[in-house]
Design a protein around this ligand. Sequence first.
Ligand code: COA
Length: 331
Amino acid sequence: MPRARFLGTGFAVPDRVVTNDDLSSRMNTSDEWIRTRTGIQERRWVREGETGAGLAHAASLRALEAATLAPSDLDAIVYATATPDHFAPGNGVFLQRLLGVGTIPSIDIRNQCSGFVYALAAADAFIRCGQFRRVLVVGAEIQSTGMDVTTRGRNTAVIFADGAGAVVLGPSDDDERGILAFDLHGEGVHAEKLWVDSPGSMYHPRVSREQIDAGRHFLEMDGKEVFRHAVVRMPESVRAALAAAGQTTADLTLLVAHQANLRIAELMQKTLGLRDDQIYNNIMWYGNTTAATIPIALDECVRAGRVRPGDLVAFTAFGSGFLWGSAVVRW
Ligand code: COA
């Protein structure tokens, strides 16, 4: 069974920059509060008419170009998003349509902040078992349209943002290179600690005027609980994935972690005993783009030469579900 290897990476974000001062003019918050609690300085939000599939398309074209492949070379799409453009169908087919790629299958993953790691695991399994050769894996999100941009929603509106990242995976001809191991977990007892209640098919109708007035269609978060679990689960999972790959934190060239919050990243770095050159953070500029944070950060690292052939790279994520997981890759 061949390992799955990264052939190309790419990302795209909206060109509209939203600063902390912009948010301070719409709700009771401040640049100082946002920077010290989250590390975020600015983020990108879509303009009306921009779509998640559109951002994913731009990111995918960059990843395909880096892989020197054409859309027609793809055998499947795995698309992770918590914020699809429509209730159904999922965004995979909208991306397929934009790419103009015949009848290849697409799989939609709904694993929120951990979506990209889970999407990688699905794509890796398809490649290893020989079902598909070239798989486009996308993490893309439009969170801004689901934010309450009044003081009522300030604990989430300042954090979440929009963007897309994509990678192309294919079978490795070198058994030493490629994805080495995964560590994946979920704990549904915490489902309501970071969730969007409606629209939901348990309701008749799926969203009511009362729910909208109560803000139940906005992302709701128990920030302290998310923080408390994230700083334990991500380091634990990184260690487990490294152990499954027969490696340790000392072997790690780079950890590309989900960009949830800079304070979470700093605590995780400390817990794992990683040097500054072993981690990468870009939450300052993009905020938390949910399933898109890891492929966006990865593409920045690849293009900046921080990931080279033979390097040991790990990904880790934690978020709504709760769901979390890690992957270890020999680049
Ligand atoms: N601006 C100003 N004040 C704010 C604010 C904002 N944007 N958001 C919340 N506050 C206020 C609260 O209302 C609260 O006020 P009160 O004491 O009068 O009730 C106060 O700040 C402290 O709120 P609290 O929630 O206790 O703050 P915190 O120190 O836990 O920080 C988070 C809040 C959201 C930054 C923090 O909990 C966090 O980072 N959690 C993890 C979030 C995350 O990573 N989510 C994504 C996971 S994938």
